[in-house]
Design a protein around this ligand. Structure first.
Ligand code: IPD
Ligand code: CA
Ligand code: CA
Length: 295
């Protein structure tokens, strides 16, 4: 899995110039990936210092859909910091904070921010949540940063340059479902497909070593990149849930798409199936057989 020390994040400005001519080439002079990573790490430290008490937890639309004062504070902190790093960038964050344009974010550069992915875990002291930040250039994700402060794990991915976990390069083996653990996600506020989710989970369980439901889509996706999971599936996620992890997975050699195999979108929610080449295909077949149809 971790085959070599990855040193591309050491310098203050990452050099994308020699890579992937078929991908969008951002303006190098504007991009300081190390500063973005540092800010994401600092945001993660805010999570460690948080004390979730009565009065700090609030409810959004739908059943069991929570946010805390810390989700809001961390997103504010990130937007303030990113404005200094990349002026004029747009922001598609989960929370309603000043400067967040949400789904209408539009700019050459857009940050996709989930300040705490795994809010329910966070509220209940699970110590399995992360800060997730993806950076898109003209609608294509060019870099992703996912930080779990509880175990001090930083996943990074830069389009055309590979992905790393704590500086070590990630390269996925093409394992099949039967050779690994499969993670799936579901949320009580997306209850429409409950039967399909659990029919699918049963088949994933029967065709793999076991299943997990980690409560943080970004971490479960990154765990595909690092080989802990062989696949991950969730029938409805938001762009800020998967934007960062998508480039981390792809740069590690994995596949990520909607359930029907079409490309993920950054404009609206969609289903996500992710895995090694083989497990991705197997998982998509199971999801389809369970009767799932994209909205
Ligand atoms: C949630 C988590 C969860 C997934 C949900 C997401 P949040 O994000 O990623 O694992 O199943 O669909 O909404 O609300 O904790 O940021
Ligand atoms: Ca999330
Ligand atoms: Ca969140």
């Amino acid at each position: 899995m971790c085959v070599e020390v990855c040193d591309r994040m050491k310098g203050p400005i990452a050099d994308l110039t020699q890579k992937q001519p078929d991908f969008i080439q951002p303006n190098m002079a504007q991009l300081n990936y190390q500063a973005i990573e540092d800010l994401v790490r600092s945001a993660g430290k805010m999570m460690l210092q948080a004390r979730v008490m009565d009065g700090t937890v609030h409810q959004k639309q739908g059943f069991a859909n929570f946010f805390t004062d810390y989700d809001v504070a961390i997103q504010r902190f990130l937007i303030d910091g990113f404005r200094g790093i990349l002026p004029n960038a747009a922001f598609y964050g989960e929370e309603e904070t000043e400067g967040n344009q949400g789904a209408s974010a539009h700019g050459e550069y857009t940050f996709y921010i989930d300040p705490i992915d795994g809010t329910t875990n966070f509220m209940f002291g699970y110590h399995h949540s992360c800060v997730s930040v993806g950076l898109a250039c003209r609608n294509q994700i060019v870099a992703g940063f996912v930080y779990n402060p509880y175990v001090d794990e930083m996943y990074t991915g830069i389009r055309g340059q590979g992905s790393c976990l704590n500086g070590r390069k990630l390269q996925m083996a093409d394992n099949a479902l039967r050779q690994g653990i499969v993670a799936f996600g579901c949320a009580r506020y997306n209850e429409n497909d409950t039967d399909i989710v659990f029919d699918m989970a049963k088949q994933l369980y029967l065709n793999s070593l076991s299943v997990r439901n980690g409560g943080s889509a970004a971490l479960d996706l990154c765990r595909v990149a690092s080989g802990n999971n062989v696949a991950y599936v969730e029938l409805k996620l938001q762009p800020y849930d998967y934007a960062a992890a998508s480039v981390i997975v792809e740069e590690a050699g994995g596949r990520i798409s909607r359930a029907d195999g079409s490309a993920i979108t950054l404009q609206s929610p969609c289903s996500i199936v992710c895995g090694t080449n083989t497990a991705w295909e197997e998982t998509r077949r199971i999801v389809t057989a369970a009767g799932f149809l994209e909205d």
